[in-house]
Design a protein around this ligand. Structure first.
Ligand SMILES: Nc1ncnc2c1ncn2[C@@H]1O[C@H](COP(=O)(O)OP(=O)(O)OP(=O)(O)O)[C@@H](O)[C@H]1O
Length: 270
């Protein structure tokens, strides 16, 4: 259980995240929604401790994550794997080595430097690639892949970390509709097949409604909605997105894809 208590982050006079309280149970797929600047990225980056809170606490299974330092903090960052809009792969390295980077928290640094990975780490990395049908790309340079393939490699790297949580910050913002669906399906698979909790920042309300079990709506750093996708009324959506509302929900929400099956090509993709 992830518990967030009074979490606040100030930049100068501005509160990017303001007194956020949340309880997130194991295995949830949570969409964090809201317009640009609402505080979604800052919230996720604080959970991973890429950014330190100005006030408040983050507890994971009773452990105070906000107080971690040194090795314990590095281990937490592996446990709470981040996925970024721009993939954050090392372009000149091959796909398998990028995924092996997900094992860094569990192996001494010399193994990475000398590329002498243990067979069990290679097996975990290859199995992660296989989950998303990209094992045949293992030997290719990461920068030779399409955006959708690169994001799947990033998701495989996150899975190789054997995380408790996946924090995905606008993972589909740079992708076309076809790759958007492939990447969202990959996150859904991680959530349903491995039971890993996913928190995913999404600009598109339609996507959030299609894939997530619970939506957390943010505006001006505060949580202004927290509930099931069906409970998010048009009025709340308009309050959340203002003039952008038409843009983020101009298509009807699709039926949630059954795990393992595909939603129709192009459905509910903003
Ligand atoms: N490092 C920083 N320094 C100063 N202000 C920041 C910094 N990071 C974020 N902010 C400000 O905090 C507010 C929240 O930003 P944040 O990126 O968390 O929002 P967001 O909802 O993720 O938006 P977007 O979808 O555009 O990334 C914004 O006003 C932003 O300008």
């Amino acid at each position: 259980m992830l518990v967030i208590e009074g979490l606040t982050r100030r930049f100068g006079d501005k509160e990017a995240v303001s007194h956020v309280d949340l309880e997130i149970g194991e295995g949830a797929f949570i969409g964090v929604i809201g317009r640009s600047g609402a505080g979604k990225s800052t919230l996720l980056r604080m959970i991973n401790r890429l950014q330190d809170p100005s006030a408040g606490r983050i507890l994971y299974n009773g452990r105070d994550v906000t107080a971690l330092k040194g090795r314990a903090l590095r281990e937490w960052r592996a446990e709470a794997a981040m996925i970024f809009q721009q993939f954050n792969l090392v372009g000149r390295l091959d796909v398998l080595t990028n995924v092996l980077m997900g094992r860094l928290a569990t192996v001494p640094a010399w193994r990475a430097l000398t590329k002498s990975w243990r067979p069990e780490d290679r097996a975990i990395a290859l199995s992660a690639l296989d989950q998303f049908d990209i094992a045949p790309l293992a030997a290719q340079r990461a920068d030779s892949l399409s955006g959708g393939q690169q994001q799947r490699v990033a998701i495989a790297r996150a899975l190789a970390q054997e995380p408790a949580l996946i924090l995905a910050d606008e993972p589909i913002a740079s992708l076309d509709p076809r790759n958007t669906k492939i990447v969202m399906d990959a996150l859904l698979r991680i959530n349903k097949h491995f039971g890993i909790t996913v928190l995913c920042n999404l600009h598109s309300l339609d996507l959030a409604r299609t894939y997530c079990d619970r939506l957390v709506g943010m505006a001006q750093g505060r949580v202004v909605f927290d509930g099931a996708p069906q409970a998010l009324t048009e009025q709340v959506a308009h309050d959340l997105y203002g003039l952008e509302a038409g843009e983020v929900m101009d298509m009807p929400a699709a039926a949630k894809p059954a795990f393992g099956s595909a939603i129709p090509e192009g459905a509910a993709l903003a």
